[in-house]
Design a protein around this ligand. Sequence first.
Ligand SMILES: Cc1cc2nc3c(=O)[nH]c(=O)nc-3n(C[C@H](O)[C@H](O)[C@H](O)COP(=O)(O)OP(=O)(O)OC[C@H]3O[C@@H](n4cnc5c(N)ncnc54)[C@H](O)[C@@H]3O)c2cc1C
Length: 482
Amino acid sequence: MKPNTHRFGQAVIIGGSIAGLMSARVLADHFDKVLVLEREPFPEGPEARKSTPQGRHIHAVLEAGLKTMEGLFPGLRRELEAGGVEYIDMARDAAWLQSGSWKARYEGDIETILVSRPFLEWKLRGHVAALPNVELRTGYCVEELVLDASRTRAVGVKVKGPEGEQEIPGALIVDASGRGSRAPQWLEALGFGQVEQEQVRIDLGYTSRLYERPPGFDAWKILVLNGKAPESQRSGFISNVEGGRWIVSLNGYFGDHAPTDDAGFLEFARGLPTPAIYEYIRDARPLTDPVLHKIPSSRWLHYERLARRPEGFVLLGDAVCALNPVFGQGMTVSALGAKFLGECVARAKASPEGLPLEVARPFQKKLAGLIGLCWTLTTTMDLAHPRAEGKRPFGLKFLQWSFQNMIDLTSQHAASCRTFYEALHLRKGIMGLLQPGFLGALMVYNLKSFFVPRHKRANLDRMPARPGPSPRPGLGRVDVAA
Ligand SMILES: Cc1cc2nc3c(=O)[nH]c(=O)nc-3n(C[C@H](O)[C@H](O)[C@H](O)COP(=O)(O)OP(=O)(O)OC[C@H]3O[C@@H](n4cnc5c(N)ncnc54)[C@H](O)[C@@H]3O)c2cc1C
């Protein structure tokens, strides 16, 4: 069969951050021109931007997101490594106290990177800017969606820019404008009704600062401390990032936010479930002042459920779902969302009508499937805090109990830990957890939890050491001190 090389006219993307850049890359394969409209100027280098204040905080990349980025931007890996970004084996290089028990450490195969958000965004932006049919236009704030005469199809956007107000046409409009997206208001004003919204209020605050990394330090490359809900509502992270630095992020729920002064920041670190972070940073040299970012809620806008929608208008990234970042899913969901968008548009090329009607519906539905998995994971944990406000679905208590057991099991059983990492890093999706070996181990552990006290069946108090090379990289029981 002859390949379909038909190209559509102009695609317009609102927002030039992670979701916008990834979308620009995939749409460049299918459109004559892709125009990215960004309200803020881009910095020359790897600097945090005012419009994306989250960039000053730790940003983990899940394996599926990393692989998607590398697939779309050949040469990215080489550039990241040349810039001092480390590729790590999650199982070996992370020391992670999750929900009060330490993950087993072993030679594994889940690969990810430790990078600052501004550095990653800068590299992605460089690749996108180099695409011949993509234009990154800054200083343009999109204010409205423009419909055709039949009011069924989006055909452009109204923007405010240096030349004043104008309309810019687009055969496909992509909203990648982040959590502050105005799409719900636009759609309602245009007569498409209210977008259903799901929300879990957590009043989370991240306070972060950069430190100089002590030379030669290699006990871990990323250290994560999450206490068990509801007793503990604080978490902390230290991660290597490029430039020989550590990024240290401390967070707390329900207004328990780490202060931004030196003494308060350290004191908060001391109050984490273990004082490990405090002990590592108290003598380290800070490079920046602490900054605080507040996240009122995890929020999911269900565009896939709209009864009527304008064709030619799709949304992705935080504009659709802004998750509690504790599992580091947002950029990966954005990258995978962009990949799905490319697939939907490619399929639509086969349509004889030109740019197909019906890109929006299948795309939003597919995206919702992915978000659902991430949403369940994070909100199950969030809702373990009685103060978290949100819908508590039937069976939640059982899910939380089983989830906690699964986490505790991963502290003692490397094979189960591997299955858990595969699901978390979106290698296999939730179905990955349904493997007979894993389910069997979890069922036995669930039973055990009735008879054996937690401290005797989970590693609650000993940070596992980095495993040395072993002749048979082992996925079995690991040694845990009682
Ligand atoms: C504290 C914190 C920590 C996080 N940690 C992680 C992590 O560890 N791992 C991870 O994967 N994710 C993490 N995230 C989530 C991650 O930051 C987002 O999921 C990711 O940035 C995707 O966002 P986006 O591109 O959809 O939107 P954003 O990054 O918010 O960007 C939106 C862009 O749209 C532009 N814009 C907005 N309105 C308009 C308009 N009207 N016209 C033109 N331009 C507009 C903005 O200027 C901005 O550039 C974290 C988030 C927070 C808050």
